[in-house]
Design a protein. Structure first.
Length: 113
């Protein structure tokens, strides 16, 4: 988990302990762009839940190819519906209140729901 907010990191750490995942979860204090630029591996699943109206998804989109595995997926939450993120295209989506959520795979959108 990557976040730059001490408050958010404290909440993540507390929730990880409650769920018994604290020893299996790596928590990093960094902003997403710095982390993505320094990541040395590809991830199978990437969760993007940036602060709304901050432009983070647009800033991160060009970097996704270097971080997400070729057959990996991106789960993203945003303040608006997204067609995709970089070369990943929304294949499933929905809305819960003001949050638009998306599951993305590399390539063309295929009948997104």
């Amino acid at each position: 988990m990557v976040d730059d907010s001490p408050t958010a990191l404290a909440a993540i750490e507390a929730n990880a302990k409650i769920l018994g995942a604290d020893e299996r979860l790596e928590i990093v204090r960094s902003d997403a762009v710095r982390f993505v630029k320094s990541a040395g591996s590809h991830f199978d699943v990437l969760f993007l839940d940036p602060p709304f109206h901050s432009g983070w998804i647009d800033r991160l989109a060009p970097m996704m190819a270097g971080v997400v595995a070729e057959d990996g997926v991106i789960y993203a939450e945003a303040e608006r519906a997204l067609v995709g993120c970089g070369t990943w295209r929304t294949v499933r989506h929905g809305r819960a209140g003001q949050v638009f959520y998306h599951l993305m795979r590399r390539g063309e959108a295929n009948g997104a729901e």
